[in-house]
Ligand binder design. Structure first.
Ligand SMILES: Cc1cc2nc3c(=O)[nH]c(=O)nc-3n(C[C@H](O)[C@H](O)[C@H](O)COP(=O)(O)OP(=O)(O)OC[C@H]3O[C@@H](n4cnc5c(N)ncnc54)[C@H](O)[C@@H]3O)c2cc1C
Length: 43
């Protein structure tokens, strides 16, 4: 059965946590929920 991870917050911490979880388990389905208009961006 596939596993789902929901991350609340698209600031600095949320996408980092989501990426790390995906690295640890590539089969995870990860969804980031951000209440604001923009998510974190770093070139
Ligand atoms: C004035 C100021 C200046 C700063 N300047 C710098 C700087 O120059 N350099 C630096 O490295 N750091 C700086 N920081 C610190 C930096 O902003 C924080 O360390 C960093 O943003 C923390 O990241 P975070 O992901 O933990 O939290 P946040 O960045 O606060 O991200 C949390 C996110 O969760 C979202 N959220 C909250 N509740 C919900 C909900 N219920 N549903 C959906 N989304 C939700 C919010 O909208 C937000 O986008 C500054 C901070 C402040 C206040």
């Amino acid at each position: 059965m596939s596993k789902n991870l929901i991350v609340i917050g698209g600031g600095a911490g949320g996408p980092s946590a989501a990426a790390e979880a995906k690295r640890a388990d590539p089969s995870l389905t990860v969804t980031i929920m951000e209440q604001g208009e923009h998510v974190s961006y770093a070139a």
